[in-house]
Ligand binder design. Structure first.
Ligand code: NDP
Length: 296
């Protein structure tokens, strides 16, 4: 392997440490304790794992964690009543509704009900619009984590050719907005892109957010490019034993690591940064709600 490994786990631990220090100062100087409410509907095992992990890390940085677990059959009215109650609660500075929601619930409607100032996932249409127009907003956690790692690696991203593979509202599109905000030349690729390998080959920065295991091979990568792998795919791992599974990203790590200048691993790359950024966003929301200076 020739690429430098971008250690998202260590980076995330540093971010959480900075958040914890700021939270301690808020408590000491102003008597304010940031609160993050997570709403989980149904019993999806992956969502349950994420919510548990979020709750644990929220408490570890000194914030208050509120968990609302609702039955999969909850009505839209009942779910909206919970959100209204959290919007009105001054102890709650951040609200996250764990997605995906069961099919009978309208995600746009539910997310649209969250007070944009408490929308720490950055999915409310107001925050999407603010980000798109370069104004102060709540920024979606996964792309924010990717941006932080890229800024740390490059210093300035100005003038870099960036290719984002994937155009989802939660990763691809906000990632492209953030890179544009940092003056990259941005291409968004997707399933209809013609000659994807050629498009990816011109990139100094490749962000893969596709949801297809190990789709991007090393021969698509320009030598020295930085590869950020957002994908989290669970695949069979017969080498570990019958029925065993493992996590892989959207890029083929071993071949890409031979060509890239730097690369994030899966697991231990983007994933840990996502929760760290959620905590950072909750801190930002708390500071804004109290007219206090925001963290850097
Ligand atoms: P979506 O399924 O919403 O979007 C996938 C995107 O990839 C779409 O825009 C799709 O194009 C594009 N795509 C699919 N197949 C191809 C292809 N063959 N060539 C080029 N583009 C293709 O996924 P998400 O954005 O929600 O998630 C992407 C990945 O990131 C997943 O593995 C997910 O688990 C992971 N993830 C990780 C997070 C983390 O914390 N690390 C957080 C969120 C997601 P089109 O629009 O044309 O269909």
């Amino acid at each position: 392997m020739t690429a430098q490994l971008i250690d998202g786990k260590a980076f995330a631990a540093r971010v959480r440490g900075q958040v914890a220090e700021h939270v301690a100062r808020l408590k000491q100087d102003h008597g304010i304790v940031p609160g993050l409410a997570v709403v989980l509907v149904g019993e999806d095992p992956a969502s349950q794992v994420y919510v548990r992990s979020k709750g644990k890390q929220t408490v570890e940085v000194g914030m208050t964690s509120f968990e609302h677990k609702l039955d999969a059959s909850v009505s839209e009215e009942e779910l909206i009543a919970v959100i209204d109650q959290l919007n009105a609660d001054p102890a709650v500075h951040g609200i996250l509704v764990q997605l995906p929601l069961p099919k009978h619930l309208n995600e746009d409607l539910v997310i649209g009900r969250i007070d944009p100032a408490k929308d720490v996932d950055g999915f409310h249409i107001s925050n999407v619009g603010l980000l798109g127009t370069g104004q102060k907003s709540m920024v979606p956690c996964t792309p924010l984590g990717c941006l932080m790692m890229l800024r740390d690696h490059f210093g300035s991203l100005s003038g870099c050719e960036a290719v984002v593979i994937g155009r989802s509202n939660i990763v691809g599109k906000p990632m492209a907005q953030l890179l544009l905000g940092d003056s990259c030349t941005v291409t968004i690729a997707h399933s209809r892109t013609r000659d994807l390998p050629e498009v990816v080959r011109r990139a100094d920065i490749v962000v893969a957010a596709v949801g297809r295991p190990e789709m991007v091979p090393g021969d698509w990568i320009k030598p020295g490019a930085v590869v950020i792998d957002v994908g989290i795919n669970r695949i069979a791992a017969p080498e570990k034993g019958a029925g065993k599974m493992k996590l892989v990203g959207d890029v083929d790590f071993s071949s890409c690591a031979e060509v890239a200048g730097a690369i994030t691993p899966v697991p231990g790359g983007v994933g840990p940064m996502t929760i760290a950024c959620l905590l950072a966003n909750t801190l930002t929301a708390t500071c804004r709600a109290n007219d206090l200076p925001e963290p850097e």
